[in-house]
Design a protein around this ligand. Structure first.
Ligand code: NAI
Length: 335
């Protein structure tokens, strides 16, 4: 069976080729570097399944074009599915599957990498010592021990993160629309309202999906309710944060530091080398100008273990579809 991949990088090809050949899946895979858009959906011609990632656009127009090409499955090689119009997919009879969990540890550990780097100014110390500057001026951090972390969403990634934060000796407050009190008891955390989480947390980390309810949940109003100097971490989705409000919060020193693995307009930049170009995104340029902001290029998932699991689960999902059995890891439209 032919499967057309969009938005691929060399490392995707390497991990998928290895698993496709060694795991005896034997799919005829065609890789495209370009993202899926309505204009290039035609590249899927002859394939029953397409495989896409976080910055591909499977909106209604792209899905209709895929249906015209007789595609019957969209296999996401990621967990989030906010970039797929599920209603359009259902209307066109196209199934949607994803990889719900490939390594929550990868993303949780990346959030901690951002936190430690920002707190102890590792990114600044790195450049200083290379330039023979051994001064500590401006590098003062704070102990994580005894501080309060607020975790939004308590799913797989958040739980891996909470385990690490508890190891640092932090108190953990959490907010989730579906609180799991049994988990809270065993993990030693407390569910609170969002308002209390904002008010009491020294560090806030976002781990809920991007939905109509969570879009721009971090905005001027919520930032005003946060503890001054809070460290904000986003390894979820860019649109959880209203970036211009974040910039204002940084300028007013309400936000002490921000670690961002995702950015609301990331599709135009992330995963590409744009160093030869002039940056036209003034908001991103402003973000990058702060010495207390670390932007990484949606790399939370990027560990060997995660890539391996992503390839294996994606190909399993496609094999189930090819066999005609009920889809596994399906994402359905809910009215
Ligand atoms: P999960 O599905 O295990 O957990 C999500 C949690 O968020 C659930 O407990 C759910 O009840 C909660 N939630 C849903 N709506 C909420 C709301 N309005 N307010 C508060 N909580 C809400 O998901 P998982 O695997 O932990 O991933 C979380 C998110 O992380 C994904 O949706 C994805 O956007 C992002 N992600 C980022 C990656 C990266 O490379 N930076 C990689 C993988 C996921």
């Amino acid at each position: 069976m032919k499967v057309v991949f969009f938005g691929t990088q060399p490392y995707d090809r390497e991990s998928f080729d290895t698993i496709n050949n060694n795991g005896a899946y034997g799919f005829d895979i065609v890789y495209h570097h370009s993202h899926l858009t309505p204009d290039n959906a035609v590249l899927a011609r002859g394939a029953e399944a397409v495989c896409i990632f976080v910055n591909d656009t499977a909106d209604a127009a792209a899905i209709r074009r895929l249906a015209d090409e007789r595609v019957r499955l969209i296999a996401l090689r990621c967990a989030g599915f906010n970039n797929v119009d599920l209603k359009a997919a259902a209307a066109c009879g196209i199934g949607v599957v994803r990889v719900p969990a490939y390594s929550p540890h990868a993303v949780a550990e990346h959030a901690v990498a951002l936190l430690l780097a920002l707190d102890r100014k590792v990114h600044r110390a790195y450049w200083r010592t290379r330039d023979g500057n051994f001064s500590l001026h401006g590098l003062l951090g704070f102990d994580l021990y005894g501080k309060t972390a607020g975790v939004v969403g308590t799913g797989r990634i958040a739980r891996a993160l909470i385990g690490i934060l508890k190891g640092f000796g932090m108190e953990v407050l959490a907010y989730d629309i579906c609180p799991d009190e049994e988990y809270a008891r065993t993990a030693g955390i407390t569910y609170v309202t969002l308002d209390e989480l904002y008010r009491r947390s020294d560090v806030i980390s976002l781990h809920c999906p991007l939905t109509e309810q969570t879009r721009y949940m971090i905005n001027a109003d919520s930032i005003a309710r946060m503890k001054p100097g809070v460290v904000l971490l986003n390894t979820g989705r860019g649109q959880l944060i209203h970036t211009e409000a974040l910039i204002e919060g940084l300028k007013q020193r309400r936000i002490g530091a921000a670690g961002l693995d995702v950015y609301e307009e990331e599709a135009a930049y992330f995963y590409e080398d744009t160093s030869d170009r002039i940056m036209s995104d003034d908001v991103l340029a402003r973000l990058l100008s702060f010495n207390n902001v670390l932007v990484t290029s949606h790399q939370g998932f990027f560990t060997r273990e995660a890539l391996d699991n992503i390839a294996r689960t994606t190909l399993d999902n496609i094999r189930t579809f090819a066999s005609g059995a009920p889809l596994v890891n399906e994402v359905r439209f809910e009215a």
